[in-house]
Design a binder for this molecule. Structure first.
Ligand code: GCU
Length: 647
């Protein structure tokens, strides 16, 4: 490929002849036809018909497939149908006559790419969109990479991408940058991938000559109207914008005593004539808040129903920040008159970056299948966000991308699986992680070897390793509801003890674990910060009681004694020791699994993953020893004899 490296899950070229009948033409349909010819794994000399039909049951990106035909109402629908057909052929799934529609209308990657080519929490090399030398010239290599990127996205149903960081540089909205955005959009378009931008709220001041950014000021309203007109003249089908406002020091409407709704609606009105949407983020918290986990709900709930119909609220899966495990954000399902979209983090900021093998699909599945009870039993996060429960004009889902210029795109070969899984879940939010892992392994590691030996010797153990990997990470990093125990700034290693006096307390781990001689954990019960009340019954009561609260969230919701009795019969302290130890032993197990599959993998990928697993183990041990020994300083109890001891 353009990066001289991996072709991701798209490495299954064949020369089996197939004839494709397609009455219409377009750049998108040409791609569809070519993909069928290059990747056909069906009967030799079969004939496949691609046709545009009228069928109200097929949504814009949806399709109807059978072994020999793909019908859709749009060209993009045909393309998605082609990829579905090929995937089923290549992974040995059955193909019956089926109508298939995506769960969400907008399935979007968020790139935290800066205009100088660096990426905030990017672990797969520099940006594919912006150059390190700030040059805006578009090269052939740029175009080739964007094309391969677009193809990879289309193959898993991703139909949008935000190409600059949410901590946005306003310059992206100026003429020279817009020309580059136009070039990018042009390459992505035939693959059905729409381009979006991140907005910096203060843009009217910094790049305009306006003295205020008050959303109710005429000067500001007019500036945005003119700016949107300019942007849409250059890129008429730009999807819209994501906005991080009044969050972590970013400017926003609250600087003028206005609300998030005032801000979002101003932008929504300005993009309305062009069909754009505004994804307004709810990732907000203030330094003096006693419980950061509560703030988004407190700020946004009073605004439910006050947003224009082209605004959607973008909410991180958990109420704090992409931690290895959090309960779902209580905003899901609670906002009933304003659409809400989940934001996942594909880049592993808090889950081992590009060193640890962690398959995130199980975490996202856990979130999507969490029952919010907001509209009765069965109001899962999936259903309250995809339009199944509440009528909504827009539905969307976002994932913070893990993509860069590294030859394998993502830094870790197994991190590609997270990009893949995000796309698949965005397309179908009921899919099971095990199926997704199965598909990805087959597509990524030569299905030519799809024999009984390969299935039992490679597929099964590797799949099991992926399925166990997230829980292993939770175990050795922060089990039992612990959260945000990371070292400062880089969010990689353990830092439970890190709390310099000069630092905002909510940016230090002790704010979250609250360990003291008698106990540990964050009291969010009715006697504590009462965050439990943001959840619908029966969850509020369930979480409020330490004996009914799921143990994997115990220290999220409760401050309990070190001797608290766990279901296993152990004390909390003992249980914690066993969890950390279990995480370490799981990584040792992954190493053994991987060593055994050597004969099935090319040596480059084999060695790279083997090397990374070794570092993952060293780091897992560091997590276990560091955190356990730190907590011991509070209560001085011994570490149980039958677990691996700190050295
Ligand atoms: C995290 C992350 C930041 C990011 C922020 C966000 O706090 O560390 O780098 O900007 O989330 O999602 O806005």
């Amino acid at each position: 490929n353009a990066q001289g490296g991996h072709e991701l899950w798209l490495r299954n070229k064949t020369s089996v002849p197939v004839s494709v009948v397609c009455a219409e033409t377009s750049p998108t349909l040409s791609i569809a036809v070519q993909e069928l010819k290059d990747g056909w794994h069906g009967k030799a000399n079969a004939s496949v018909t691609l046709s545009i039909v009228n069928d109200d049951a097929i949504k814009p990106d949806g399709f109807r497939i059978s072994a020999a035909s793909i019908r859709a109402t749009t060209h993009n629908g045909i393309l998605y149908g082609v990829y579905e057909l090929l995937r089923r052929q290549q992974t040995g799934q059955s193909i019956t006559d089926e109508r298939i529609n995506p769960s969400y209308k907008a399935r979007i990657l968020n790139h935290w790419d800066n205009l100088n080519g660096t990426i905030e929490h990017g672990f797969g090399g520099p940006s594919i969109f912006w150059h390190r030398d700030n040059s805006l010239a578009v090269s052939d290599k740029d175009r080739l990479i964007w094309k391969e990127y677009a193809r990879a996205n289309a193959s898993i149903g991703i139909n949008g991408t935000v190409i600059n960081n949410v901590n946005a540089n306003p310059l992206v909205l100026t003429k020279d940058y817009l020309e580059r955005v136009k070039a990018i959009a042009g390459v992505l378009r035939p693959y059905g991938v729409k381009t979006y931008l991140s907005i910096n709220w203060a843009a009217p001041k910094t790049i305009g000559k306006i003295s205020t950014t008050d959303p109710l000021a005429d000067s500001v309203i007019n500036w945005w109207k003119a700016k949107m007109k300019e942007i849409y003249t250059v890129i008429p089908d730009l999807g819209g914008f994501v906005v991080k406002a009044n969050s972590e020091g970013q400017p926003g409407p609250q600087d003028y005593g206005r609300s998030h709704a005032d801000g979002a609606n101003l932008l929504a009105d300005a993009v309305k004539p062009f069909g754009g949407i505004i994804m307004w983020r709810a990732f907000v918290y203030q330094p003096n808040e006693k419980d950061r986990a509560k703030q988004a709900y407190n700020e946004f709930m009073p605004l439910d129903g006050k947003f224009r119909d082209n605004v959607i609220i973008q909410v991180k899966n958990g109420p704090v920040d992409f931690q290895p495990r959090e309960p779902f954000s209580p905003l899901f399902g609670a906002m009933k008159q304003t659409p809400v979209m989940p934001e996942f983090q594909i880049t592993q900021e808090y889950l081992g970056q590009s060193i640890h093998l962690v398959y995130l699909s199980t975490m996202w599945e856990e979130l999507l299948q969490s029952d919010t009870y907001q509209a009765g039993k069965g109001s899962t996060v999936a259903r309250v966000t995809d339009g199944s429960v509440y009528p909504q004009k827009i539905s969307a889902i976002a994932g913070v991308a893990n993509i860069g210029l590294d030859t394998n795109w993502c830094g870790h070969d197994f991190a590609q699986a997270n990009w893949y899984a995000f796309g698949r879940l965005a397309w179908n939010n009921r899919l099971k992680s095990e199926q997704i892992a199965d598909e990805w392994i087959r597509l990524t590691f030569s299905p030519e070897t799809n024999t009984t030996a390969w299935n039992t010797g490679f597929l099964a153990p590797v799949k099991q390793m992926m399925m166990d990997s997230r829980e292993a990470c939770v175990n050795y990093m922060m089990p039992l509801g612990l959260h945000h125990q990371f070292s400062a700034n880089d969010h990689y290693g353990p830092g439970a003890w890190w709390a310099p006096a000069r630092m905002r307390s909510d940016w230090t781990p002790p704010y979250y674990h609250k360990a003291e001689p008698n106990g540990v954990g964050f009291d969010r019960t009715t006697k504590g910060t009462n965050a439990v009340s943001q959840y619908h019954e029966p969850l509020a009561s369930l979480f409020n009681n330490p004996n009914t609260c799921p143990e994997n969230l115990l220290l999220w919701f409760h401050h309990v004694s070190w001797d608290f009795k766990m279901k296993s019969g152990r004390t909390l302290w003992q249980e914690m020791c066993y969890k950390y130890d279990k995480g370490v032993q799981q990584v040792r197990g992954f190493q053994k699994t991987w060593d055994k599959v050597e004969s099935y993998v090319d040596s480059t990928r084999f060695r790279s993953v083997q090397r990374k697993l070794r570092s993952q183990l060293t780091n897992a041990i560091l997590w276990k020893d560091g955190i356990l020994q730190y907590f011991q300083t509070f209560h001085h109890q011994p570490i149980p004899f039958d677990i691996e001891r700190p050295v």
